[in-house]
Design a protein around this ligand. Structure first.
Ligand SMILES: Nc1ncnc2c1ncn2[C@@H]1O[C@H](COP(=O)(O)OP(=O)(O)O)[C@@H](O)[C@H]1O
Ligand SMILES: [Mg+2]
Length: 390
């Protein structure tokens, strides 16, 4: 039995943990779980997945394969996810049978539907950009709502796929032909993210606010800075909002809360990931307790750790270079690792593709200015190419 029990004896392994999905988040989670003495099983369709490489075992199977999901959950004491696109119907049955899955499949189901998530958060009074449900895109409906707007597919989107920003009616030609939401385009001052951990008793550990850095042409640089360069009162509001969002969902585990800060100084919740998040990678080196350890603690019923920041940090995703596909080749590694305070992560994916997340670096420093300069230097040096061009 797992639970928040003091004075109990913990037998090795501390728990049998199942992770649905063998990507980089599952890998870093499995590494932390192994450090803490858990037994880890991964479910992923790809042999030798990044997480499978560091786990005790991997079950080969897809995230919609009910039999494989059952096989995983039944051999583990607690099961979690490295992605949210999984068959929740089968998992809900397993949860009703008494198996422990965190976060709950019911919550996963809400988060899989961008509309359902917005409705829950709006009902709880959390600030969101005004939004509307759309069955199929119609230009009259979009015009009545007003441009600029953002159309989001309700199901299946990630990493910007399934999101279309429309400045005016002329952009309607790019509309996604699926059930969606449309929402007010926020005049962004900054995009922020906050990792929040919540345990089974409702205790909270909240990380500092992270800021995504844009280049002057408005493109996301794949560069994160922490602590975000914000007035302390705005940072405090952002953290309070992120905590309120996770409490509204009664989530158990670690959650990545994406926020918008508008040019008018308003804060909005954008979306919530029910798992460790790309914007929390920095916690491995820069925080007392990493997001991965925090997630393990929350779901096996151990007390949450200190989420405090040790030093200012930057995180840079290493994305597959456009024009290359196939076996990964890293360029500039020797030069980048000469930057002091830089830690390098390569996920172990067998093949790179344009813009695929292949690894990341975290850079620690004494000040935010210092880490920003070092991160820009690392960004200019590091490249993820491949043995073949496309
Ligand atoms: N309402 C909005 N106003 C302005 N920009 C937005 C809005 N919604 C989304 N975006 C932009 O699109 C990006 C992706 O949208 P998001 O909802 O986070 O989808 P994904 O699941 O792909 O991350 C955001 O990070 C932001 O840059
Ligand atoms: Mg997002």
């Amino acid at each position: 039995m797992l639970g928040q029990l003091k004075n109990r004896a913990y037998h090795y392994p501390l728990a049998r943990l199942g992770i649905i999905g063998g990507g980089q988040l599952g890998k870093m989670l499995a590494q932390k779980a192994k450090q803490m003495g858990l037994h880890v099983t991964i479910l992923d369709p790809a042999p030798h997945s990044p997480a499978g490489q560091v786990a005790d075992e991997q079950i080969l199977g897809g995230f919609e394969d009910n039999e494989k999901l059952r096989a995983l959950v039944e051999r583990c004491e607690v099961t979690t996810y490295d992605l949210e696109h999984v068959a929740t119907a089968a998992l809900k049955i397993l949860a009703e049978e008494g198996h422990r899955l965190f976060p709950s499949p019911h919550l996963l189901e809400i988060i899989q539907d961008k509309l359902a998530l917005k409705d829950v958060l709006a009902t709880r009074g959390l600030p969101l950009p005004p939004y509307q449900k759309i069955e199929r895109p119609r230009v009259e409906v979009f015009s009545r709502f007003g441009f600029p707007l953002v159309q989001k597919a309700r199901f299946g989107g990630y990493d910007g796929r399934g999101v279309v920003v429309m400045r005016s009616a002329a952009d309607f030609a790019h509309a996604l032909p699926v059930a969606s939401t449309i929402e007010r385009a926020v005049a962004l001052e900054k995009e922020l993210a906050v990792m929040v951990a919540r345990d089974q008793a409702g205790n909270i550990a909240c990380y500092p606010v992270v800021e995504m850095v844009f280049d002057p042409r408005g493109n996301l640089l794949d560069l994160l800075l922490v602590p975000a360069r914000l007035e302390p009162s705005i940072a405090a509001r952002a953290r309070a909002l992120a905590i309120a969002a996770v409490q509204a969902l009664k989530g158990v585990g670690v959650f990545g809360v994406e926020l918008f800060l508008s040019q008018a100084g308003e804060l909005f919740v954008n979306e919530i990931a029910p798992r460790p998040h790309n914007s929390g990678h920095y916690t491995i080196e820069a925080c007392v307790t990493s997001q991965y350890e925090q997630h393990v603690r929350a779901i096996i019923g151990l007390p949450l750790g200190d989420a405090g920041l040790l030093r200012p940090a930057a995180m840079l995703n290493l994305l597959g270079e456009p024009g290359f596909a196939g076996k990964p080749v890293v360029r500039g590694l020797h030069e980048a690792l000469a930057i002091s305070g830089l830690s390098f992560h390569l996920y172990g994916k067998a093949e790179t593709r344009p813009l695929r997340k292949m690894g990341h670096v975290t850079i620690l420093g004494e000040s935010i200015d210092e880490v920003l300069i070092k991160a820009q230097k690392a960004k200019a040096l590091l490249r993820m190419e491949a043995e073949a061009r496309v």
